[in-house]
Design a protein around this ligand. Structure first.
Ligand code: HAM
Length: 420
């Protein structure tokens, strides 16, 4: 019986894989220029880490984690996001003792047991950035500006940045209480089943419920902006001013609360109208109490993650780089000579392959054509005798004979100097 992949998990190959490589390469280039270094954390962590950071009452921890219990009764979970693991690694390796500000970049697969649909998988990939060590609004604006620059270099134009402030531990409880009072006064059947539960355990999440009935009732709900303390107001207004200075347009969305519990002050999402219901291509925010809540020093932080599958939906097909040559060997006895030539060509940076088995000339030429190589290098009976190679241009069909000792130099001149 054939074994198939698990629902919500995907194989990435061909053009899709090229898009992922492109996204990662661009990210590394842009983020390195802003002082980020790469951190690779384990995919499996103690379940407790996610409970304490993301929050026990969030959907991610409550319903969506892939967890296992060992024979010794320990619970481990596949990471549903990167931030928690990055914080653990930052604390455990005392990365805070190296620089006052630490900027960390992570990429890789994340796992959430959600209902799969377009743009929503159970194994998906994030590009994640965290800036630790500053509570200045400059850090918020710097991160958001970098994110938008990254998305624009990917060629994404029709995207919208939404932003909000969730206040801090001083002012948010007042807002939470006001919201809870508002929700408690509603008839239970005005809200969906999830929100009926959320209104007591996690009332802020009711604000971003996607169900029409809930959206209508919360139109008149209290707004966080009316409850921000003076410090939070000042922080938010400075972030907005700095973004404006950089011509990064941001739309304030007072209902943007995000699905993870660690956020405070600035939160943001980038959305696209072109990829269906799962429209958030990136999201993030500030989390000033998270590191200390996980047993580390009291260090503030801000970060974001982009969903690579969703970004990929918006990217055009990549133009693959065509090979420079296809080395076509007609006779078994010339394979060793051909192999030497193949390695010499590649050592000079030329891209190409050779045939490993003897086949008809017609079939090998078809393979050379399929490979889209610029040139076919042919070693047949005659070439073998006089130590030459026939160089056939696959663009115009022109052929010429070149001595085997000269071919590497000749092809470098043709391909490397003209194309690169
Ligand atoms: P998040 O909003 O849960 O934030 O995820 C960030 C992005 O990951 C989303 O905007 C979306 O593009 C993508 N994503 C999430 N779930 C799925 C899924 N099931 N399938 C495909 N893509 C998905 C976080 O994860 C935070 N850790 C971001 C952050 C970093 N905040 C501070 N630092």
């Amino acid at each position: 019986m054939k074994i198939s992949k698990i629902k919500g998990f995907a194989d990435l190959y061909g053009a899709e894989s090229d898009r992922f490589t492109f996204m990662e390469n661009q990210a590394r280039k842009i983020f390195a220029a802003c002082g980020f270094t790469e951190l690779r954390t384990p995919i499996l962590e103690q379940t407790e880490l996610f409970k304490r950071s993301i929050g026990e009452e969030t959907d991610v921890v409550n319903k969506e984690m892939y967890s296992l219990t060992t024979e010794k009764g320990r619970s481990y979970s596949l990471r549903p996001e990167a931030t928690a693991g990055v914080m653990r690694a930052y604390i455990e390796n005392s990365l805070y003792s190296k620089n006052q500000i630490c900027r960390l970049f992570t990429t890789g697969p994340m796992f959430r047991h959600e209902r799969p649909q377009k743009g929503r998988l159970r194994q998906f990939h994030q590009i994640n950035c965290e800036c630790l060590g500053s509570e200045s609004p400059l850090a918020d604006a710097d991160m958001i500006t970098m994110l938008m620059r990254y998305l624009h270099t990917l060629g994404l134009e029709n995207i919208r940045l939404e932003i909000n402030s969730l206040g801090c531990s001083a002012c948010r409880p007042h807002f939470r209480q006001a919201l809870q009072d508002f929700l408690a006064a509603l008839d239970a059947d005005c809200l969906c089943e999830d929100c009926q539960r959320r209104r007591s355990v996690n009332p802020l999440r009711v604000l971003d419920c996607k169900r029409e009935a809930c959206k209508t009732v919360i139109e008149n709900a209290p707004r966080i902006s009316d409850y921000l303390c003076a410090d939070c107001k000042r922080h938010f207004s400075m972030v907005m001013d700095l973004l404006e200075q950089q011509q990064v347009s941001a739309i304030v969305n007072p209902k943007l609360v995000r699905g993870l519990d660690y956020y405070c002050r600035t939160t943001f999402e980038v959305v696209s109208g072109e990829i269906g219901a799962q429209s958030a291509i990136a999201g993030g925010g500030r989390y000033d109490g998270l590191i200390s809540a996980l047993g580390g020093p009291d260090i503030p932080g801000i970060g974001f993650a982009c969903g690579m599958e969703r970004l990929a939906l918006l990217l055009p097909d990549m133009q693959p780089v065509s090979p420079d040559f296809y080395l076509l060997i007609m006779e078994e006895k010339d394979f060793s000579k051909g192999f030497r030539l193949l390695q010499s060509l590649r050592a000079q940076g030329l891209k190409g392959e050779m045939n490993y088995t003897c086949q008809s000339f017609k079939s090998l030429l078809r393979q050379a054509d399929k490979s889209q190589a610029a040139f076919c290098l042919i070693i047949g009976t005659e070439e073998s005798l006089n130590n030459s190679v026939t160089l056939k241009s696959m663009r115009d069909g022109n052929q010429q004979s070149i001595q085997i000792n000269d071919i590497v130099f000749y092809l470098c001149e043709k391909c490397l100097k003209s194309n690169r």
